[in-house]
Design a protein around this ligand. Structure first.
Ligand code: CA2
Length: 146
């Protein structure tokens, strides 16, 4: 069975607890559950991981090299400056979908740069939960899943 590593970066463990005007009321568990459900409809499994630490995210990407066929990643604020995350993703062979709940391009200028986008297969932003479901569809299409 094809496996997707669903990776979340810093502060995304707080989803649903603060800033609902930006990020909505869904929790991280809601995002992980919806992604897992969407993947199951394509016969794929999902492993979920969230961290507030850059090195731990790099380690999770390295583990995904052996244990996952695709990555769906919301790197949080690491998106905008974490070149170690960029380099780790560059060493992953399968599809990588970068997802953001909000639309960083419609926010502060420092959010307009993504160091992840150049090594992602594609980027989806501003669509909330729907973005994760679209990311699963993109992975399924690229892996030839049902
Ligand atoms: O829109 C996204 O998904 C972001 O990746 C979220 C990051 C932000 O730094 C990126 O620019 C865009 C921040 C996540 C922080 O999430 C919180 C959720 C609830 C309360 C506080 C922070």
């Amino acid at each position: 069975m094809a496996t997707i590593a669903l990776l979340h970066g810093p502060n995304l463990n707080l989803l649903g607890q603060r800033e609902p005007h930006i990020y909505g009321s869904a929790t991280l568990a809601d995002y992980e559950g919806a992604t897992t459900e969407a993947a199951a409809a394509h016969g794929m499994a999902v492993t979920c991981f969230q961290t507030n630490h850059e090195g731990a995210l790099v380690d999770a990407i390295h583990i995904a090299r052996d244990e996952a066929d695709a990555i769906i990643i919301n790197p949080g604020a690491f998106t905008h400056y974490a070149w170690a995350v960029h380099d780790a993703l560059a060493a992953f062979d399968g599809p990588i979908i970068e997802v953001h709940i909000s639309n960083p391009n419609a926010r502060e200028p420092w959010r307009h740069t993504s160091v992840v986008a150049p090594v992602a297969t594609g980027s989806i932003m501003g669509l909330g939960m729907h973005g994760y479901q679209l990311a699963v569809q993109a992975v399924a299409a690229r892996l030839g899943a049902k």
